[in-house]
Design a protein around this ligand. Structure first.
Ligand code: ATP
Ligand code: MG
Length: 202
């Protein structure tokens, strides 16, 4: 999965609509302390389904909405759009359908519509007092669907590919079970655990 574009509006310090094009190769984001570098990484994790306010450095999920400054009023919603491109080898399961083969499932995945289209656009929007809503390629989807898409592609909100400030120190101090979770996410199998739990509940 390759991230190509990130659009933010009302998300944390990005009050005005901001669009970032991520070109192939190495991209560096440089700026003074407090300019919003970490907020960008958090936007990527948030649109991928992050639901822990703590890991978004907030007390509640609505804290991602622009809170206002002396000169600008607070916003009542935040929206992040992520445009990604599927890569060969990304596995995309047909959600909730375990009968079909993986290949068939990919061909019939309603989130992708035309299965030849490698582009995947995910939008997450949060409104005050109304919670979050997600869209995948223009269709309403559940938070869980979004998390699974990314988990299957060996990425996602908890992917070790996204290294936040302080994460290295946390990995060193982690308990063995937490470290195992990191390895499973890196191996792209954490989505399977979610499905097993679901199957056990049924
Ligand atoms: P550093 O170099 O210190 O790591 P940084 O570039 O990573 O800095 P961030 O931590 O991304 O900076 O940005 C912090 C800024 O975002 C702070 O100025 C903070 O006030 C602002 N901010 C965070 N949440 C909100 C919010 N909900 N509304 C408005 N501003 C916010
Ligand atoms: Mg930072």
């Amino acid at each position: 999965m390759l991230i190509k574009r990130l659009k933010l509006s009302g998300f944390k310090s990005f009050v005005d609509p901001t669009e970032l094009h991520i070109e192939p190769g190495l991209t560096g984001i440089v700026g003074p302390n407090g300019c919003g570098k970490s907020n960008l990484l958090e936007a990527i994790r948030w649109v991928m389904g992050e639901n822990s306010p703590k890991s978004m450095r907030g007390g509640g999920m609505e804290d991602v909405i622009f809170a206002g400054t002396e000169r600008r009023p607070a916003r009542d919603f935040a929206e992040v759009t992520l445009l990604a491109e599927r890569q060969r080898g990304d596995v995309v399961h047909l959600l909730g359908d375990t009968r079909r083969s993986e290949e068939e499932a990919n061909d019939n995945n309603p989130l992708f519509g035309d299965s030849d289209d490698p582009e995947l656009e995910i939008v997450r929007r949060i409104e005050r007092d109304a919670g979050s809503a997600y869209r995948a390629n223009g269709r309403d989807v559940r938070a869980k669907d979004v998390s699974l898409i990314f988990a299957d592609a060996a990425t996602g909100a908890h992917s070790p590919a996204l290294v936040s400030q302080g994460r290295i120190a946390a990995a060193i101090a982690a308990k063995p079970t937490e470290r195992r979770q990191m390895l499973e996410e890196a191996a792209g199998i954490s989505g399977l655990h979610v499905r097993r739990k679901d199957a056990e509940q049924k």
